[in-house]
Structures are given as structure tokens and as C-alpha cells.
Ligand binder design. Structure first.
Ligand code: SF4
Length: 264
């Protein structure tokens, strides 16, 4: 009896698992297949020079929400999802809160909801406890949107503060297991918009399995005002978005037209 009271006390005082949420978009149309309920989680360790959401960087802050709170809200939009849509978890960097994403996707799958993970792969490691959680998360993830910020590791480090080994290791793992991916690449003049790098990236993507889509995202300056508000210097001051012609060139070199999988 004493033991069961102790157990009851532990149960009643245990804090439920919460995610730290930056914001929610109820009708997302670009973050995965179909119409999606997009949860932007708070926290990212990268510092991409082109990041338009520096307000998502801080870890351990944001609105605390439980899995049930998110799913109860999301399910109200189910009628709009059709066959392809569902829930996307983005960020910040979603894998910074892998315990929460795992719990969310696990429950979402019991409700028949399509799940999509948007990640830059920085937290990935083959070390436990992360790796076991990641391997389990993949069981409950229908498709992942994976950013390759730069195919050259030194340039990746200059652009984001980290080399690209972790993201490429994660992509390799996903490719070997046939987990569906969309690859996304931000085209930034003076950083990524060079034919040699784009050709290398295109060749690398061709070696991968289960790529449903490859997207070139033109760099834009819409996040600049957030830097001003936060009092942070904007790293790409003076760099303009790429021309339509350069975007077309990047799409050609990445051979985007040849990736048209079921999830697009
Ligand atoms: S990974 Fe995303 S959220 Fe993090 S710094 Fe880069 S663009 Fe910003």
C-alpha cells in the first residue's frame, strides 16, 4: 500500500512532457505534401547567415504545449488535409526537442495523421540516447524535409557555424533505410550560388534513395526586420535575392524536374 501511494504521488506530481512552441500555422501549403498544420518548435543551434527566423534560436523558451493540446487543436483542421496533408513539425530545429516530436508523431499515427519532419539535421548523431530516439522517430515519420545548406563542408561551416557532416550522415541513414525525403537548398548569392557547388550537390542527391522532391528556395530578405528588432547585425547585409535566371540555373543543375515522388 505504501508503495502504491508513493507511485500515486509520483504520478500526480510528474510534469507532463511539453514542447516549447514558437508558433503554429494552421494552413501551411509549402512545408510538406498538401495542406498542413505546421508546428514551429523553438530552439536551434545553427546560425545560418540567411536565417529569417532568428527569434526561434533560443532553446527552452516559447509556449509550453503538450502532445494532446497540439493534436486536439490540429484535428479541427483535418477536413482540409485531404489525402496528402497532415501535420509538419518545423522550427527552429525540430530535432532539438526530439523527445517531444517522437511523442507527438507516435500519437498522431495512432490517429491516422500524415506526419512530416522539417529538419536541418544538426543535432543528428549515431550516439545514444539521441540515435535510438531518432531511429524510432523515423518509424512514425511519413516524409522528412531536409535542408542541405551547403555541399562543401567548410562553406557550410561559414554559412551556418557547423560543418555538414551530421546532416549528411543523417541523410545517408535515411537513404539507406528508404525513408522518404524532400531535399531543400537555399540559393544564396555569394554563398551557395556557384555552378560548381550546385553541380556537386546535384550529383550527391542523385546517389540517394527515396527522394520525392528537390526544391531550390531563393534567398530573401524578409527576416531583416527581426534582426533589427533583436539588435543583431544582419550577416548578409547588401546581398540581394538571386535572379529568376539563377534560380532556373540551380534547378537545372540540381535536376529538380526528375524528382516527382508520391509525396509531392
Ligand atoms: S537551421 Fe533554420 S532556424 Fe536554424 S539558423 Fe538555420 S535557418 Fe535559422
Amino acid at each position: 500500500m505504501a508503495q502504491s501511494i508513493a507511485t500515486m504521488q509520483r504520478t500526480t506530481t510528474e510534469k507532463p512532457l511539453v514542447g516549447y512552441v514558437h508558433s503554429i500555422e494552421t494552413f501551411g501549403s509549402v512545408d510538406g505534401p498538401g495542406i498542413r498544420y505546421v508546428v514551429f518548435l523553438q530552439g536551434c543551434r545553427m546560425r545560418c547567415e540567411f536565417c529569417h527566423n532568428p527569434d526561434t534560436w533560443n532553446i527552452g523558451v516559447g509556449d509550453e504545449m503538450t502532445v494532446d493540446e497540439i493534436l486536439n487543436d490540429a484535428i479541427r483542421y483535418k477536413a482540409f488535409w485531404g489525402k496528402k496533408g497532415g501535420i509538419t513539425v518545423s522550427g527552429g530545429e525540430a530535432l532539438v526537442q526530439i523527445d517531444f516530436v517522437l511523442a507527438l508523431f507516435k500519437k498522431a499515427k495512432t490517429m491516422g495523421i500524415n506526419t512530416c519532419l522539417d529538419t536541418c539535421g544538426q543535432p543528428f548523431t549515431y550516439k545514444d540516447p539521441f540515435f535510438s530516439k531518432f531511429a524510432e522517430l523515423m518509424q512514425y515519420t511519413d516524409v522528412s524535409l531536409v535542408d542541405i545548406k551547403h555541399i562543401d563542408s567548410a562553406q557550410h561551416k561559414r554559412l551556418t557555424g557547423f560543418n555538414n557532416e551530421t546532416v549528411l550522415a543523417m541523410i545517408q541513414y535515411m537513404s539507406e533505410h528508404g525513408y522518404h525525403m524532400w531535399i531543400r537548398h537555399v540559393l544564396v548569392p555569394e554563398r551557395t550560388d556557384y555552378d560548381d557547388y550546385l553541380r556537386d550537390l546535384g550529383q550527391y542527391i542523385h546517389t540517394l534513395n527515396a527522394i520525392d522532391k528537390v526544391e531550390v528556395l531563393p534567398y530573401h530578405t524578409m527576416g531583416v526586420k527581426k534582426y533589427v528588432e533583436l539588435g543583431i547585425d544582419y550577416p548578409l547585409e547588401g546581398i540581394e535575392p538571386p535572379s529568376a535566371e539563377r534560380v532556373k540555373n540551380a534547378e537545372h543543375l540540381l535536376d529538380t524536374a526528375s524528382y516527382r515522388g508520391y509525396a509531392s
